[in-house]
Design a protein around this ligand. Structure first.
Ligand code: HEM
Length: 375
């Protein structure tokens, strides 16, 4: 049996220092210092929000198609753009995430990968990002609930974001229908009858989205109250707030439709404010909580592709130094070791052991050096 590497004492890895020593001006101005990362993130956030404002102004034909009643929503999307760009920049400034980001997008845009496996990328986008097939391995119910939330939110975003920005307009030459025209950036896309099935779907798309989201989020909430594993580890702000926010946004949205159809608009104004406040809160919360995975996950598609193509390229597969079972391809293991070196963990050789052997070796070391076990 091969001996584990002698890395009990963390050895300083070559390469730049991660955090600056306090009070050391040279380190504080290093491109990886927290202050420098914050500066970069603020710059990225500002650039993205300014671009969005320009896109809103020009996309709404110099605000001619902009609906001022939707102003609070539009302002919230500008804050959302700032928050997402800020948090994303901070995220990819950490060594592990930066490596994932670089390697992921390099594989994503690689012409060589495309030539070798032209269908791999669209397939991974569909199975990993769109249908999240990997969630089915955890539980079919969690997968189904996530699909409901995912498609419901995508549908709602596809309808509301362009409307809020004044990019979509629905106009009727008679002023009150039933014939309507849908225009994007002023160009006519389709004409439809509000009383037809298409017309119904056009005007009730958000109700459909709300029903999907309520079903999915309600399941997750129920699970978080029943499943002892979930209950033990969950935190209110991180795990429950996103689900409650989704339910509140969807229920208040449905109530608006209910009010206009069944109550002749009774309570509409109050509901509209409640709905707006819940949407604005949810949009601004996206970059800072669990919802951030929506933005992070696409970077992982490239990483999946990297694993897939390095396997297909018949790259050398590394075997565990102890049990000789295959671990992964050499480029993948090297990438992992690189991350561990970047993080100054000082035990990157352990990447050459399979997870089971790592546990066994750790257990043996514990028994040898700390405690002999129960007598
Ligand atoms: C519109 C986009 C999306 C929305 C609104 C959304 C929403 C959610 C919500 C609310 C949860 C929390 C469930 C809970 O913890 O109780 C969740 C969990 C999760 N999401 Fe998403 N998600 C989206 C996109 C994605 C994508 C693209 C992926 C991956 C490719 C993904 C992967 C996951 C995973 C792995 C979990 C944990 C699931 C579990 O614990 O069963 N999500 N998502």
């Amino acid at each position: 049996m091969t001996e584990p590497p002698k890395t009990a004492e963390p050895t300083p890895a070559p390469g730049p220092v991660q955090g600056p020593a306090p009070g050391n001006p040279a380190a504080e101005s290093s491109p990886r210092s927290p202050a420098a990362v914050r500066r970069r993130a603020t710059l990225a956030g500002t650039a993205v929000s300014v671009l969005l404002i320009i896109a809103i102004v020009f996309g709404s034909r110099l605000l001619r198609d902009f609906d001022s009643a939707l102003l609070p929503y539009a302002v919230a999307t500008v804050f959302l753009a700032f928050g997402v760009a800020y948090r994303y920049t901070v995220w990819i400034s950490a060594p592990g995430a930066r490596r994932l980001f670089k390697q992921g997008w390099r594989s994503f845009f690689s012409v060589a990968n495309f030539r070798k496996a032209p269908t791999a990328l669209p397939k991974m986008i569909a199975t990993y990002l769109g249908f999240q097939k990997f969630l089915g391995a955890r539980s079919h119910a969690r997968w189904a609930a996530h699909q409901l939330v995912f498609w419901g939110c995508l549908l709602a975003a596809a309808i509301t974001f362009p409307l809020t920005w004044g990019w979509f307009t629905f106009t009727s030459s008679t002023g009150s229908g039933p014939g309507y025209e849908m225009r994007i950036w002023g160009f006519k896309i389709i004409g439809f009858d509000a009383l037809s099935v298409l017309g119904w779907l056009m005007f009730h798309g958000l109700d459909i989205a709300a029903v999907l989201v309520i079903a999915g989020a309600a399941y997750f909430l129920w699970r978080r109250m029943k499943d002892r594993g979930a209950v033990t580890g969950q935190r209110f702000a991180y795990d429950l707030v996103p689900l409650i926010a989704l339910v509140v946004v969807s229920v208040t949205g449905l109530l608006l439709t209910f009010s206009s159809i069944f109550l002749h608009g009774g309570g509409y104004e109050f509901l509209a404010i409640l709905h707006m406040v819940s949407v604005v809160f949810t949009l601004i919360y996206i970059p800072f909580g669990k919802f951030f995975h929506i933005v992070q996950r696409p970077a992982a598609v490239g990483m999946q592709l990297f694993k897939y193509t390095s396997r297909r390229k018949d790259e050398e597969v590394l075997t565990c130094r102890r049990c000789h079972e295959p671990i992964d391809t050499a480029p993948y293991v090297e990438n992992l070791r690189g991350t561990m070196r970047d993080l100054d963990l000082g035990f990157d050789e352990w990447a050459e052991y399979c997870p089971r052997c790592k546990r066994v070796l750790r257990g043996n070391a514990y028994l040898d050096h700390v405690k002999k076990g129960f007598k």
